[in-house]
Design a protein. Structure first.
Length: 311
């Protein structure tokens, strides 16, 4: 994932540059669980394989689980930056991965697009029922990192737009910068149209709402951007997160998904980490990654030690 671009002014060629960078990122990505990857297939029967999305914040959470489990005496194997759900969920379902940090609302909609659950509690219950055999959702954390639609402060103030509902009265073109998979998500362009009557055109930017997405938004190449709520880029760039009065985007609390291989003691260790994690904690951890450029291993060790979760 490309995450080093800095705030700047794009020209008309900006869209082309974004497309080229996305293409390069796609070519550079590989499935670490494939035969051509590392030695993941050689994991012993008592080793827990911990996976993460191709998203820095998700890797940090996975590393929290990994270090806590190691401190509890478990052997773990890390398989990070795998990709998005279409890539890693088959691996999780097959048993190639044993522990994965997920997000309640989005995972529910992946398995049950017709679900009417709205509140965090409803979403958790529905998710537990929707998961395939062999997978278990542990208790969700208070911490969440959900998709949100953002505009620049100038755009918001100039057009009187503070809510997704306000967008229907905007007469200009609305280009949405978001990960490629957003186009097929229930809260993506189809959801914006059906729930809010808003027409948007998709501009795929494959950096998980990171610097490339923000750069496109600030430069005016897109007017709307999908950025995760725990990202420090929102406040750093003075962006406005639009209200979602109809709850188009479901609650996305951090939730560990585990295989049958994860025993009760291991589940208890993971649960302790998840229940300690607060929204402000996650924002701080993300800031250390994106602003201070610290590694997930360093961030996780400092956090777990400070909370008394590892010795």
């Amino acid at each position: 994932m490309i995450n080093t671009a800095k705030k700047g002014r794009l020209t008309v060629l900006g869209a082309v540059a974004i497309g080229a960078m996305v293409a390069l990122a796609g070519c550079a990505s590989s499935d670490p669980l494939s035969d051509g990857g590392d030695d993941s297939s050689a994991a012993s029967s008592d080793t827990l394989v911990i996976g993460s999305q191709q998203y820095y914040s998700n890797e940090i959470i996975a590393e929290l689980y990994a270090q806590a489990l190691e401190d509890g005496g478990y052997d773990v194997q890390r398989e990070y930056q795998i990709g998005q759900r279409e890539v890693y969920l088959p691996e999780l379902e097959s048993g190639a991965i044993d522990v994965f940090p997920e997000y309640t609302g989005n995972l529910l909609q992946f398995y049950d697009k017709e679900s009417t659950a709205k509140s965090p509690e409803e979403v958790q219950t529905a998710l537990e029922a929707a998961l395939p055999d062999g997978l278990t959702a542990l208790a969700a954390s208070e911490a969440s990192d959900q998709d949100s639609y953002n505009v620049t402060k100038e755009f918001s103030e100039s057009n009187g737009i503070t809510s997704l509902a306000d967008l229907k009265d905007y007469s200009g073109t609305l280009a949405l910068g978001a990960p490629p998979e957003n186009a097929e998500r229930p809260y993506g362009p189809p959801g914006l149209k059906s729930v809010y009557g808003v027409d948007v055109t998709s501009t795929p930017i494959d950096d998980g709402g990171g610097p490339l997405t923000v750069k496109a938004l600030v430069s005016g190449d897109v007017q709307l951007a999908d950025i995760y709520t725990a990202s420090p880029l929102i406040t750093e760039n003075d962006l406005v997160t639009l209200d979602d009065p109809e709850n188009l985007i479901l609650p996305q609390n951090v939730v560990p998904i585990v295989s049958d291989k994860v025993d009760d003691d291991a589940q208890a260790i993971i649960d302790a980490v998840d229940q300690a994690l607060t929204p402000s904690d996650l924002q701080e951890l993300n800031s250390r990654s994106q602003t201070d450029k610290e590694s997930s291993a360093t961030i996780a060790k400092d956090y777990l030690t400070s909370k008394g979760l590892i010795g």
